[in-house]
Design a protein around this ligand. Sequence first.
Ligand SMILES: N[C@@H](CCC(=O)N[C@@H](CS)C(=O)NCC(=O)O)C(=O)O
Length: 214
Amino acid sequence: MKLYTFAPAANALRVEMFLREKNLELEKVSVNVREDELFKEPFNSMNPFNCVPFLELNDGTIITETISICRYLDDQFESPKLFGNDNKEQAIIDMWNRRIELDGFLPLLHSVRNKTSFFKGKVVPGTRTNINQSPEIVERGIEMYKILLDRIDPHLSKNKFLFGDKFSVADITGHFMFNLSNILKIDFEQNYKNIYRWKLEIESRPSNPMANNI
Ligand SMILES: N[C@@H](CCC(=O)N[C@@H](CS)C(=O)NCC(=O)O)C(=O)O
């Protein structure tokens, strides 16, 4: 199987961190997102959503979506199981991952895409359009993120990671939510001490691709 990726891209790095946590090495093909290679063949036909990462299986099947790729790899390869070991663990980890991705990562991703000039003409991932950047979307993303922080800080006062003592894919999603929060320069260290402790905990892991300057 082959992973189509681009080292600086956030979602590509999510899969990279996941691979490192699982001690997996995959054959990789770098697709230069910044030079619009995703809109050229063969990549455009392989993934009409024009985004990295995507995974090509040996039978030619293409799997897109970061979490779907990680879930497939978790099922295919042994421990550690970052999506949980049994049905109950899987449901709880999925719940946390969805909370972080839907209420934090995605709102902040849209804030960043609507704020930084780098994303002009690219406000929707995998598109080149003339949709305007919107300051309202920037603000709304940050408001949604703060609601999430209010909700998860008490949980993290009692739990090392989102799923108790076990590091999971939900923590990887959290790590990349914080990277977006850093880009937006959102300072939460004082108000959310438990979340800040969790953030540092994830950052210090050897699998952190940012720590190794990728
Ligand atoms: N929903 C997709 C989103 C993937 C995505 O947004 N990838 C970005 C890089 S982080 C991309 O390839 N963007 C290409 C572009 O906007 O031109 C996933 O979860 O994998």
